[in-house]
Write a protein that binds this ligand. Structure first.
Ligand code: ADP
Ligand code: MG
Length: 361
């Protein structure tokens, strides 16, 4: 999997970028606020069809117009495709139009064409942050390796919204509790599919992450488990009904999932030190890249946003080993030379200033 070319028009602080990437190591240097994360965000957008950081899509529009474009030419299994995402603002809302080789595609059908693993500073909080961050980690991985998973997630979100809406109507006495039946059934049907994908992925991820972790952390044992809906999911939903009505939200289902992370048998979410969290996250990200490569036969594009300078020698070494060996990597850094000399020589180096690329020096 390779991104051959990236074109940005009025995307965040990029007015106009046309850039051909190298097949191995691409390094973008720049001071804070110049557009390093924006650049990787645009690549992640091509992979996921949604920005991993924008709360509203209109945030992505630059200052020139109410329209923006991200275009990527990607090569996978010897085939080249052009992915084009046009964003525009309409009545205050962000609208998106996606084309692959000139053919219209729905956002839920895009992920999987340009597979990328993003590792950015926020991820360093993955262990201690709320469970939604760990669910997002699973989602972003799964939509890229399982056709139809993005569709499932979007369908589940709709079911959940409708069910929650109904719960409030029931609480207000506008309708009876029996109207929940159809939604409960749908919740369990769609939710079970998500849960079984997650369960299988975590089982696959666990030994991969464990191995990376042992290598970086001198043998310290990492265990990962999937904390999903109860075995009797349907019964759980049924039992939770009256509580759900009182609270106005659905209490059982994969929207409540979490990842169990244990270091040496202790819950890392509660106990891990700063350093242990970092090692764990590096291991998780490397395992994610392994899983994507194993499932698809190609290493994903590795996007490393300003993380190298935040890691100590050992963790950096583990990441760089992967960087040196597999696939295409896009690294950003505020530091002039974040890579060892031999990798600096191999890298295509560009400098970013105020949303434009310029020769370094
Ligand atoms: N929609 C936008 N239009 C124009 N500029 C933007 C937009 N969104 C963010 N920016 C600018 O982008 C810059 C931050 O870019 P970022 O990629 O996060 O920087 P860094 O190089 O530190 O990673 C800031 O100067 C911010 O003002
Ligand atoms: Mg940044």
């Amino acid at each position: 999997m390779r991104l051959l070319r990236l074109e940005l028009r009025n995307f965040r602080n990029y007015r106009h970028l046309d850039h051909d990437l190298g097949g191995h190591l691409n390094l973008f240097l720049g001071a804070n606020g110049q557009g390093k994360t924006n650049l990787l965000e645009s690549i992640a957008l091509l992979a996921l069809s949604a920005s991993p950081r924008a709360r509203r899509e209109t945030e992505l529009l630059g200052p020139l117009a109410a329209e923006a474009r991200v275009l990527g030419r990607v090569e996978s299994e010897g085939r080249i495709r052009e992915i084009r995402i046009d964003l525009r603002e309409e009545a205050g809302r962000g609208r998106k139009r996606i084309e692959v080789d000139g053919v219209n595609r729905r956002a839920v059908d895009l992920p999987g064409l340009a597979r990328a693993v993003l590792f950015w500073p926020e991820d360093l909080n993955l262990v201690k942050a709320g469970p939604e961050h760990r669910r997002r980690f699973l989602n972003q991985m799964l939509v890229q390796v399982e056709p139809g998973h993005a569709r499932l997630i979007s369908r589940y979100a709709r079911v959940l919204e409708q069910r929650n809406h109904l719960l409030k109507q029931i609480a207000a006495g506008e309708t009876g509790i029996e109207t929940l039946a159809a939604w409960d059934e749908e919740l369990v049907a769609v939710g079970s599919q998500i849960a079984s994908s997650r369960r299988a992925a975590v089982a696959e991820l666990a030994p991969l992450a464990g191995r990376h972790h042992q290598a970086i952390a001198a043998g310290e044992e990492l265990a990962i488990g999937y904390l999903g809906p109860p075995d009797d999911f349907a019964g759980g939903v049924q039992k939770s009904r009256s509580l759900d009505v009182r609270r106005g939200v659905t209490g059982v289902g994969p929207h409540r999932d979490d990842l169990l992370l244990e270091l040496g048998g202790r819950d890392a979410r509660a106990y891990a030190s700063q350093g242990q969290q970092r090692t764990l996250v590096v291991s998780l990200k490397l395992a994610e890249a392994d899983l994507v490569a194993a499932r698809t036969g190609e290493p994903p594009i590795l996007l490393l946003d300003d993380v190298l300078s935040e890691l100590d020698a050992e963790r950096r070494g583990a990441l760089l080993e992967r960087v040196a060996s597999a696939g295409q990597v896009v690294v950003t850094s505020a530091e002039a030379a974040p890579l060892p000399l031999e990798l600096m020589h191999e890298a295509r180096v560009n400098c970013i200033r105020a949303g434009a690329l310029e020769p370094c020096g």
